[in-house]
Ligand binder design. Structure first.
Ligand code: F6R
Length: 367
């Protein structure tokens, strides 16, 4: 079943051009300039009247949720909260019938997420599911939803399910912005085309960066710690890159907003610390360049995910992983790919069972 791949994780990383495409298919029509999301249209009235959206998830799905927050706030001008299901569930949250809850779960069986949703539903909130497994508990509980079409994910660390979640969140944010009238037609059309181009850009990374990333993995496989930094839409990608590394390689890693570094984590930086910057070209570019300079000044080893043609960072980093240039709003879908590969190849270099990391289960049905 793994085909030509050594592990399911690698196979699933390489499936992403297809699985992202599958999650967009029948929904995004870039030529006609339309998005069809029947599940979202079903709860249109609720969404028009909603006070806020609450995103509830765990782990990698929670990281997708953070990007969802940025997208929906920016494009739909609607207040969004992102909650860890385990916290939301126990802290007696304020829920009203005007809340729409976006539940994100690959398995659809995560116990904390499921119970958090049951509680919110009892209090009258509308539940919208973004779930990969058809007919799973969360999918059945939801009032409406949009499935991710990632196919079965066997590797314990989530890869293709995450990018499918991002693709669906992009569609939701764009469609909701259209429904709420908060996006110009010009931006809507631009982002549709950008989203439509994502599978080809992911394919480009998989074709052109694997050898480079393997070499980088060999260079850093013995590091004891890693720091991952990003800003804006790439901040949750820094968190996700750090989580993948922890899970697959057992190396301690932390993700931080790049500007938060000077409020503490910068104390960790010395010549033994690799610092991975998610630094694709966006409105924060100049700021992230100065964050890189701060690390360089303290002799940290900078590894950066950069946009093709960005020579400024090339000269400042010890190693770069290149991705095609894209609009900052879709950038996370492309920028995460090198970080998945980096975790994978470091895990392989360390001789670990990357498909079944110790202590982890594919679906967490205990609280
Ligand atoms: C990380 C990972 C976990 C899951 C989390 C939620 O690679 O896979 O962090 O994302 O356990 O699982 P789902 O999405 O099935 O609710």
């Amino acid at each position: 079943e793994k085909g030509n791949f050594d592990h399911f994780m690698l196979k699933e990383i390489h499936e992403q051009p297809q699985t992202i495409q599958d999650s967009l298919r029948g929904r995004l029509n870039a030529e006609q300039g339309t998005i069809t999301l029947s599940g979202l249209e079903k709860i249109q009235d609720k969404l028009r009247e909603a006070n806020r959206i609450v995103i509830v998830a765990c782990g990698t799905s929670w990281h997708a949720g953070l990007i969802g927050e940025y997208l929906i706030e920016e494009l739909c001008r609607l207040n969004v909260e992102v909650e860890y299901a385990s916290e939301y569930r126990y802290r007696n949250p304020i829920v009203s019938p005007k809340d729409v809850i976006l539940a994100i779960s690959q398995s659809g069986e995560t116990a904390d997420t499921l119970v958090a949703l049951e509680n919110a539903k009892k209090q009258g909130a509308t539940i919208f599911g973004i779930v990969n497994v058809v007919g799973s508990s969360i999918a059945r509980l939801a009032d409406a939803g949009a499935y991710t079409h990632a196919g079965p994910e066997i590797g314990v660390a989530s890869t293709k399910a995450f990018t499918a979640q991002l693709a669906v969140l992009q569609l939701i944010a764009l469609k909701l912005a259209e429904i709420r009238g908060t996006i110009s037609n010009e931006l809507f059309q631009t982002l549709l085309r950008e989203l439509d181009d994502v599978p080809a850009k992911v394919e480009w990374v998989l074709k052109n960066q694997v050898e480079n990333i393997k070499a980088i993995a060999r260079g850093y496989k013995d590091a004891a710690n890693f720091l991952y930094l990003g800003r804006g839409y790439n901040f949750p990608i820094a968190l996700e890159g750090a989580l993948k590394l922890k899970e697959i390689t057992y190396i301690h890693a932390e993700g931080y907003p790049a500007a938060e570094m000077k409020h503490g984590p910068i104390a960790l930086v010395d010549e033994s610390l690799p610092v991975v910057f998610v630094a694709t070209k966006d409105v924060y570019h100049e700021k992230i360049v100065s964050n890189i300079q701060e690390i360089n000044a303290r002799k940290g080893k900078v590894v950066a995910v950069v946009s093709e043609g960005d020579d400024a960072i090339n000269d400042m980093a010890e190693a770069v992983m290149v991705v095609p240039a894209c609009h900052e709003i879709v950038a996370p879908l492309v920028a995460v790919i090198p970080l998945q590969l980096l975790a994978y190849y470091i895990g392989v270099e360390r001789g670990l069972d990357v498909d079944k990391p110790r202590n982890l289960a594919k679906s967490v049905t205990v609280e």
